[in-house]
Design a protein around this ligand. Structure first.
Ligand code: DC
Length: 227
């Protein structure tokens, strides 16, 4: 009998390569990969476009009731693109305008409830790798493998800068450093589901690992957990 599929959660700081690893793991295991941060980013894009006042619960609730999120596999990228009310917003959700606002949006209890419910539905059939901040602690507290990723802040700043400067040559290292530090702070100190390492998580510090090395480490853990 083939082994039963499991849930793998991958939480950690911004820009430490969670999505790259989650994507590679999902591919190797034939699992579905879900980037939960993309959901918060797509919601943020909708809020920005519609000038939703974050201090008004009524406006937030109404906006959420108008949002339909979906994921469609994009073979070119080897991962799913996030759709907002039928529009592929994947190319739009990584820019600085969204990055500057997303931590505030993701801190709202109504937004978290909205996203977590959908994430739990996506994991019902198991065979999933989901990355985020609260996946091992709140979304799937019973996941069979939880990984907590971390890396030096300056290493993460440089990686993010390289990524962003490809599409935005005007971006500065200073702006990226400031945004990352602010997001780290907000993600870890917010009242609702702050970034925490689950007690039963395995820690992967990739400051001195290349993508292949970290993949092999995580795949080894996944194989142990699936057995
Ligand atoms: O992983 P990312 O940088 O794309 O995440 C974008 C933002 O969403 C980040 O500021 C933290 C938030 N987030 C969250 O609060 N919970 C998650 N499960 C995933 C992301």
């Amino acid at each position: 009998m083939p082994p039963s599929p499991i849930i793998i959660t991958l939480d950690g700081w911004s820009s430490c390569g969670k999505s790259t690893l989650a994507k590679a793991l999902a591919k190797a295991l034939g699992y579905v990969f879900v980037d939960s941060g993309a959901m918060y980013r797509a919601v943020t894009l909708y809020f920005l476009r519609n000038e939703v006042d974050l201090s008004s619960e009524k406006q937030v609730q109404k906006a959420l009731s108008e949002i339909e999120l979906g994921f469609v596999f994009n073979a070119g990228r080897g991962a799913s693109d996030v759709y907002l009310n039928g529009e592929n917003v994947e190319p739009l959700i990584r820019d600085m305008k969204v990055a500057e606002k997303v931590s505030k949006v993701a801190a709202l209890p109504l937004v978290r409830k909205f996203a977590v419910q959908q994430q739990q539905r996506m994991g019902a059939a198991k065979g999933i790798v989901m990355d985020g901040r609260d996946i091992g602690t709140v979304v799937f507290p019973n996941a069979q493998l939880k990984i907590f990723m971390t890396a030096d802040q300056e290493t993460r700043v440089k990686r993010r800068f390289m990524e962003l400067s490809a599409s935005d040559p005007a971006i500065t290292l200073e702006a990226v450093r400031e945004n990352l530090a602010r997001r780290d702070h907000m993600d870890a100190t917010r009242e609702e589901s702050p970034l925490r390492q689950a007690v039963d998580a395995r820690v992967l510090d990739n400051t001195h690992l290349n993508p292949q090395e970290q993949f092999e480490m995580a795949l080894g853990w996944a194989k142990e957990a699936i057995r």
